[in-house]
Design a protein around this ligand. Structure first.
Ligand code: TRP
Ligand code: SF4
Length: 368
């Protein structure tokens, strides 16, 4: 059966290997040798696949113009999944790439029917959290889709002329008019940085969750068709696994009870953690005998994606689990303490960012 990725869906992706085979996404390990410094996301296969990332890295190394662009739909509040993207952006910024971030308020409006005021205030918060996570406010460009100028909107109209409904449906399945608009808007997000009015051609890298690949396939087709007219070229992309919610399904802004938000207070995090799905066995006796199954465990996922940077330390958690030496109660408590510490530091930085009004100073915030 063929797989269809749904960028607006609510399901966790079960089998990432299959995406490599079915969609021609390339395995990430083939570019290890091209990166001067590897983030653990690469070696742990959290970022598992790419398209043309090798070419982008070569351009970066050769000193050609490159940029990283991604976007956040400002429905709900940023959570641990959002922070994975912040983490990747920070990594690329430190490597010397220019970083630009779209706040997809137009998308939230047409796809999620979010109230405009809430969307914009959420968008400001996505930016504040990005800065608190460590993105450099002086070097990062942030924008709201609805605050963009005519060159950008003109792209959406031009793109719509060279794409057929059949092509869109082959990529996305059934589509609403709102989703069509959102997809073309995202293509404009990714490609506008190559226009003369936005500084001229540069190789663009898009770091996203694997569910966003349909948008990249569309954008690549569009770039091909506008190479002559506008000088657009295909973007590169890297794909990370989607962190699961504490119930084992996709961590999503629309299911807040299973997500850990970056501004969550301690009590709420504790409560959510109590019921987190683990890879533990039915009884303690059984777990001591058979060991746990970390690959099924949402707590292990939080360790892997956020809590432990050193590979040897992560391996200890893994070994303690599969050998049955450590049981879930203790393991969860340790994860919870690390997480609370992490979130506490983040909250403090976030508060400083909010108090400094830096977002209002550097970003053109649409009125509502
Ligand atoms: N569609 C993305 C999401 O749901 C947000 C987004 C908007 C985006 N524009 C983008 C992602 C450009 C990558 C590149 O999260
Ligand atoms: Fe998860 Fe830890 Fe339990 Fe293993 S011991 S299943 S890693 S909570």
């Amino acid at each position: 059966m063929s797989t269809r990725l749904d960028p607006w869906g609510h399901f966790a992706i079960e089998d990432y290997e299959k995406l490599l085979v079915e969609f021609g996404i390339r395995p990430i390990n083939e570019v290890y040798g091209l990166i001067s410094r590897l983030h653990p996301y690469f070696t742990r296969k959290v970022v598992f696949g790419h398209r043309d990332f090798d070419k982008w890295l070569e351009d970066l190394r050769a000193g050609h113009k490159v940029a990283v662009l991604t976007g956040f739909m400002p429905s709900g509040r940023p959570h641990l999944g959002t922070a994975m993207v912040y983490e990747e952006l920070k990594f690329f910024q430190e490597l010397g790439a220019h970083v630009k971030i779209a706040i997809a308020d137009a998308e939230a409006y047409v796809v999620r029917r979010e109230d405009r005021r809430t969307t914009i205030l959420n968008g400001v918060d996505f930016i504040a959290h990005a800065i608190a996570w460590g993105l450099d406010p002086e070097k990062t460009e942030f924008y709201f889709q609805t605050a963009m100028k005519e060159e950008y909107y003109r792209l959406i109209q031009m793109f719509s002329k060279k794409i057929t409904m059949a092509e869109m449906e082959a990529i996305y399945g059934e589509l609403s008019p709102g989703k069509i608009i959102a997809s073309l808007t995202q293509a404009a997000d990714i490609l506008h940085l190559q226009l003369d009015s936005y500084g001229g051609f540069k190789n663009i890298l898009v770091p996203v969750g694997a569910d966003q690949d349909p948008h990249l396939r569309l954008t690549r087709d569009i770039a091909d068709r506008f190479e002559g007219e506008l000088g657009l070229k295909r973007p590169a992309s890297i794909y990370h696994k989607l962190i699961r919610g504490l119930d084992g399904n996709k961590m999503s802004k629309s299911r807040p009870e299973f997500a850990i938000h970056l501004d969550e207070d301690e009590e709420t995090v504790r409560k959510k953690f109590v019921n987190a799905l683990t890879g533990g066995r039915a009884t303690a006796e059984e777990q001591r005998r058979l060991g746990g199954e970390p690959w099924k465990c949402t707590v292990y996922e939080v360790y892997l994606y956020h809590l432990i940077r050193e590979d040897e330390k992560l391996k200890e958690v893994y070994d303690d689990c599969v050998s049955g030496r450590v049981l879930c109660g203790e393991c969860k408590r340790k994860a919870l303490n690390l997480l609370l510490e992490r979130l506490k530091n983040h909250r403090e930085k976030y508060r400083e960012v909010k108090e400094s009004n830096i977002v209002e100073k550097i970003v053109n915030i649409p009125s509502f």
